[in-house]
Design a protein around this ligand. Structure first.
Ligand code: ATP
Length: 246
């Protein structure tokens, strides 16, 4: 018997405005269980607003959002224990160690992941007893990624997870994503790196000025690059220009 696809995120005609400007405009997308989705688009396209809306940190004026089939605009918290999130510019507690910090948050959840596995996969072991405030930006980024995994989430939301990471840390991150994929997790991440999007993701969603301008498998973006005899970045520019009517 064929396994039914399960929609983990279903966003229907969602619009969010700041003052009079749309950050999201009639966005309708869905993410199925086990998919890894890369959300890409220029600065200010609406990616962070999208992720924050899934977490109920931003509330759209129009549309509906279901996560695990829960209407999260009506039931704001029920889905959160099953979600892990890494957001941009998160301030971690500077005076405590990553060990104490992660242990503290582990106590808050009924279900937790294998923290030792996460720490070693993010190469954090030797930094676990230093103060977070004394770690480099990239190391703090890894602590934040570890925090996103701590409740063994079914859905992982990562806003620019590899910004500021050195090439080795980036490869560690890629391996972490692959391990999460093997465990059947559903992942939605934003990135400005086209190679990251097309290599890690099973689906690419491109937004521009709050609207979805591309939603499909990475192979189509790769084919577009080949067709225009350009790079992945040039294929991305092609979609943005097409959305601008150029
Ligand atoms: P980046 O790639 O630069 O992180 P993004 O795609 O994540 O950008 P958002 O941060 O979602 O984009 O912003 C979408 C739009 O909403 C932008 O025009 C931004 O200026 C605006 N915006 C975001 N947050 C606010 C806010 N709190 N108040 C007013 N405008 C906002």
């Amino acid at each position: 018997m064929q396994k039914q696809t399960e929609e983990i995120i279903k966003v229907d005609s969602v619009s969010k405005k700041y003052d009079e400007k749309y950050a999201l405009k009639k966005v309708s997308v869905s993410v199925n269980r086990g998919e890894t989705v890369a959300l890409i688009g220029p600065n200010g396209a609406g990616k962070t607003t999208f992720i924050e809306s899934i977490l109920n940190l931003k509330v759209p004026e129009e549309g509906s959002i279901h996560v695990f089939d829960i209407d999260i605009l009506k039931n704001k918290k029920q889905h959160l224990s099953r979600v892990g999130a890494h957001l941009q510019e998160v301030r971690l507690f500077p005076k405590v160690s990553p060990r104490d910090f992660l242990n503290f948050f582990m106590q808050l959840f009924d279900k937790t992941a294998d923290i030792d596995e996460i720490i070693s996969s993010l190469e954090l072991t030797e930094f676990m007893d230093k103060k977070i405030g004394e770690l480099s930006g990239g190391m703090r980024q890894r602590v934040s990624l570890a925090l996103a995994m701590i409740n063994d989430p079914e859905l992982v939301l990562l806003d620019e997870p590899t910004v500021g990471l050195d090439p080795i840390a980036r490869q560690d991150f890629w391996r972490l994503i692959q391990r999460l994929q093997e465990k059947g997790k559903t992942i939605l991440f934003t990135t400005h790196y086209m190679e990251e999007a097309t290599t890690l993701a099973s689906k690419v969603i491109m937004v521009h000025q709050g609207e979805v301008v591309f939603n499909g498998p990475p192979s189509i973006v790769i084919s577009k690059a080949e067709e225009i005899e350009g790079t992945l970045d040039q294929a991305y520019t092609h979609y943005v220009n097409a959305a601008n009517g150029q």
